[in-house]
Design a protein around this ligand. Structure first.
Ligand code: CP3
Length: 354
């Protein structure tokens, strides 16, 4: 077991006392950093960057060299899973992710294979091992996956979508096909997270980026149920340490009570929910992560600091809060403003832990 020099992120997720509120940023390695753009150019393109363990490690650590962050997140993508299941992921410049094949019917399910984790997804595990070695206990490493529902939207639509026309039609017209697809994804994702944990991921986050697009009933039946199935199948301890699980449904503020029963240790919140409210509603069951609107980073450092203070006071005294943005950092943010944000959390949060 390597000694962790900074474990306040893991402690806060488990509601153990900390000296200050830990912080990391969703999408902290990315295009807003000039050094990321340089490494990506060296790799050639985004997918080649994900598949090169040394370069993926380099971009994972870049934000930690700039800011006093309390966690690193594996540099990869949620769409590696449908790619490994056979759908053929590619990126078209300026258009986001696309798949060569889509799942629209029962027959299309035959296109899907069950990937071997150290084979088709071996590059992800290699990246995890390389990053752990390079971090050398500096901060914990977060592994991640997309939720079955969120992955299914890309597999059914063939790329990004605003309305989820085909995916939602499948829920209502072919619910059995949808359940079969989600069940297969849940099995693969359980394996995928366990392989990341074996390789060295010290906490894991499930990104349910599009759960908030569902009706109340459909969220419980088509998204939360499968995340709960995954969480039930995860290794919760590795190398003598507990491995906390974070569940993040963007737009999921109305479902905090059922989410808190999912078995997750912490819930990620976007900026539409008040932390005071959320804390009252989940009680002692889970920790909370979030939830500054990423657009605040377009404001001045003084304004950013005020917003950090407001969010810290919304959560209030004590452990169980991991500071984060409510969604990924935008590509046009000035890196200096991201720095002002992290510093504000470091400077203003100790008084909430005395
Ligand atoms: O947080 C991190 O620093 C780790 C890396 C990470 C990426 N994607 C890198 C990435 C993580 C955790 C993800 C997750 C991801 N990928 C999600 C869930 C999180 C969320 O934001 O809701 C989703 C929906 C995807 C799918 C995806 N990947 C899209 C829609 C895009 C294009 C979006 C865009 O901004 O162009 C990607 C590409 C992608 N993934 C980039 C990065 C840094 C940009 C690629 C580039 O360098 O051009």
């Amino acid at each position: 077991m390597t000694e962790l020099k900074n474990d306040r992120f893991l402690k806060a997720l488990l509601k153990q006392p900390v000296d200050r509120t830990p912080i990391w940023m969703m999408r902290q390695a990315g295009r807003y950093l000039p050094e990321y753009r340089a490494t990506r150019a060296q790799a050639g393109d985004f997918l080649s960057l994900c598949k090169n363990a040394d370069l993926a490690c380099e971009v994972t650590i870049q934000p930690l060299d700039r800011y006093p962050l309390d966690a690193a997140i594996l540099f990869s993508d949620i769409l590696t899973v449908p790619d490994a299941m056979g759908l053929g992921l590619y990126f078209e410049e300026g258009e986001g992710p696309k798949f060569k094949q889509t799942i629209r019917s029962e027959k299309d399910l035959d296109l899907l294979s069950t990937p071997k984790m150290e084979d088709e997804l071996g590059y992800v595990m290699n990246a995890v091992r390389t990053i752990r070695r390079e971090l050398n206990g500096r901060v914990p490493l977060i592994g991640f996956t997309g939720s079955p529902w969120t992955l299914a939207t890309y597999m059914i639509e063939g790329g990004s979508s605003k309305e989820f026309r085909h995916a939602k039609a499948m829920i209502y017209n072919q619910p059995d096909v949808m359940h079969e697809l989600l069940n297969r994804l849940a099995l693969v994702v359980t394996d995928y997270l366990n392989a990341q944990i074996e390789a060295g991921a010290q906490a894991v986050q499930i990104f349910d980026s599009w759960g908030g697009a569902l009706s109340h009933a459909a969220y419980l039946e088509f998204s939360l149920k499968y995340m709960q199935q995954i969480i039930g199948g995860l290794k919760r301890e590795h190398d003598g340490r507990q491995v906390p699980v974070i569940l993040f449904t963007k737009g999921g503020g109305q479902w905090l009570e059922p989410m808190a029963e999912s078995g997750a240790d912490a819930l990620g919140l976007d900026w539409t929910t008040s932390l005071t409210d959320a804390r009252r509603r989940v009680g002692n069951k889970v920790a909370l992560q979030g939830n500054m609107d990423p657009s605040v980073l377009y404001a001045s450092p003084d304004r950013i600091r005020d917003e950090v203070e407001r969010i810290l006071s919304e959560y209030g005294q004590g452990t169980g809060h991991v500071f984060n943005l409510g969604h990924g950092i935008h590509q046009f943010v000035d890196p200096a403003n991201a720095g002002a944000f992290v510093e504000a959390v470091v400077e203003l949060s100790p008084k909430y832990h005395r």
